[in-house]
Design a binder for this molecule. Structure first.
Ligand SMILES: [Zn+2]
Length: 568
């Protein structure tokens, strides 16, 4: 069940849904036996940090040359990993990745920095504006579906909710396997573990869930022995650490221990790969889907109350995704505003237009709704709100904060779209505080990649300019997107992500394997670069017409360490 409960707030609300889904599908008796089995398995798997796997691959099992093992750790902040390696409390990650491969110094996940969006970006090479999964929750006003993946009944719906080919599909007929993940479209061997991990979620045993991922390697090995081949790509997804962060905050001893635990599990898997003789031919990848920002009880921004009581909107945040379409349409037709705030540090608003939900309201209508309330009730003046963005036209967005108002503009070119930031009348992003960046901003339009290079380090809002306009065109996002300041969230949580602060956005991105210079550093990369890079390393040509937003990092990471270290 993996991500089903991954952001933690939902344990109580999702278990009945889980039990209901099971009971209706298979009958109460089957449910009882399954749960008994799951309890027993969870108990057996849940004790201790985990011993090395004893099962070996048969010698005649075909080993891919090369292959890939992806460690996908939910909510593992990039800067904390660097510190843990330097200070020596992440010894396995240090040995295999920091000392043994290449680390990206400033790796940026997508906007919004949230699990379902980001993992889709990692596995497709495109940003959310292309794959359209803009969060763990989204509202589609045309189908009147308010999707929420964070429960057992719906977490796998993600695979039908986007059509961009996944890494697993792109490498076919080569085989692949995935442990505990929700995004599995095209995967050959799907090791979901939903029953056993479901019991662990129930008891909030999040580190046991991460241990289960490494233990499941046994099942993958058994499967590979049966199939006669080891998968070309294996994804080991660790969903537990993120939940620890939401419950206790990223600065807590619990989160620190969770990171040490992940390190141990990565060590277990690597030791097994080494024993099977797989390491010399395997690219190891360590990535996370986003960072983690400390929150706190006073840091809750109550948008629902504001919209209902102060603005007088007929607002709902109820997530209806099942039942007859007509019923859901009838429900949402009663409202003029749909609020999507449960993803944490990102919220978005859908407004009904004069003609109904089918056609979105135009920029003047949206602007009027936002600017009608008195200044103290305007979104950008609320305590804890960091940035508010909405479209001024197809090619321009307005961004507002307590600092004032600025614009972002896009223009098409033969090499792809370019963007400029107009800090007038206010420098909302604070980019003019930096002399070097001031010159860059004043030079006008730049490519998306150049914005990444210019802002990835040192800026409070890294790599944000090229993302907002494409994102605001996604119907599932709504007309307005809001991001929370550090210490704040649109839900009550001790830690969260989804905002545009550097701590939300900085992900872990490390690679090791054949030909990659040990101990090297790459200045910057994006989550969207993973799939193009892996295809390139595997020697798989992208399909004709593929429109990746990411780029292959192969030549950059195979370069000598000195070249790779050069900052732009
Ligand atoms: Zn996540």
């Amino acid at each position: 069940m993996g991500t089903a409960h991954h952001n933690g707030r939902s344990g109580a609300q999702t278990q009945p849904a889980a039990a209901h889904a099971l009971a209706s599908a298979r009958g109460a008796d089957v449910l009882r036996r399954l749960l008994a089995f799951a309890f027993a398995s969870a108990f057996l798997v849940g004790c201790g940090p985990g011993a090395p796997s004893r099962l070996n691959l048969r010698p005649d099992v075909v080993r891919p040359r090369p292959g890939v093992v992806i460690f996908l750790v939910d909510g593992l902040p990039g800067c904390r990993v660097a510190r843990g390696c330097a200070e020596g409390w992440l010894p396995n990650i240090r040995e295999r990745f920091c000392d043994g491969g290449v680390c990206v110094a400033h790796a940026m996940t997508c906007v919004p920095a949230i699990t379902y969006a980001s993992i889709a970006t990692l596995l497709t090479g495109v940003e959310p504006a292309q794959h359209q999964l803009i969060g763990n929750r989204w509202f589609d006003p045309v189908s009147a579906c308010f999707r929420c993946y964070v429960n057992l009944a719906h977490y796998r719906c993600v695979n039908a909710d986007y059509s961009t080919p996944t890494l697993y599909e792109l490498i076919q007929p080569a085989s692949s396997a995935s442990i505990q993940a929700a995004h599995v479209r095209g995967v050959t061997g799907d090791f979901a573990n939903w029953a056993v991990s479901g019991v662990m979620w129930l008891f909030h045993d999040f580190t046991a869930i991460d241990k289960l991922t490494a233990t499941t390697l046994n099942d993958v090995a058994q499967w590979a022995n049966w199939e006669g081949r080891w998968p070309t790509v294996l994804t080991c997804y660790f969903p537990g650490l993120d939940t620890v962060g939401h419950h206790h905050g990223p600065d807590s001893p619990e989160f620190h221990r969770g990171m040490e635990h992940i390190d141990h599990q990565i060590g277990r898997v690597c030791a097994w790969l080494q024993r099977q003789g797989l390491l010399e031919t395997t690219y190891l990848v360590l990535v996370s889907d986003h960072g983690m920002v400390a929150g706190g009880r006073p840091g809750h921004i109550d948008l629902f109350r504001l919209l209902r009581d102060d603005w007088g909107r007929k607002v709902t945040r109820r997530m209806l995704q099942d039942g007859p379409d007509a019923m859901r349409h009838r429900y949402y037709d009663q409202f003029d505003t749909v609020l999507n705030n449960q993803d944490g540090r990102r919220a978005s608003l859908h407004f009904r237009s004069a003609t109904g939900w089918r056609e979105p309201p135009g920029p003047p209508e949206v602007e009027a709704i936002l600017t009608t309330p008195p200044p103290a009730q305007q979104l950008w003046n609320l305590p804890g709100v960091d940035l508010v963005a909405y479209l001024a036209s197809d090619g321009a967005a307005i961004i507002r904060s307590g600092r004032g108002l600025a614009r972002i503009e896009a223009r098409p070119t033969e090499q792809g779209p370019e963007y400029r930031y107009l800090p007038v009348p206010a420098d909302v992003l604070g980019y003019l505080d930096d002399l070097q960046l001031t010159a860059f901003v004043q030079a006008g339009f730049h490519s998306s990649r150049d914005w990444l290079g210019a802002t990835a380090a040192r800026q409070r809002y890294p790599d944000v300019v090229p993302h907002l306009i494409p994102l605001l065109h996604v119907r599932r996002l709504g007309q307005v997107v809001l991001f929370a300041q550090p210490g704040y969230s649109f839900v009550r949580e001790h830690g969260g992500h989804g905002g545009v602060d550097g701590e939300d956005r900085q992900m872990t991105f490390m690679l090791a394997g054949p030909g990659i210079p040990p101990g090297s550093t790459l200045y910057t990369a994006r989550a969207a670069d993973l799939t193009p890079t892996l295809l390139d390393l595997l020697g798989v040509a992208p399909p004709p017409g593929a429109t990746f937003d990411g780029v292959s990092l192969r030549s950059a990471i195979l370069a000598t360490p000195d070249t790779a270290k050069t900052e732009p």
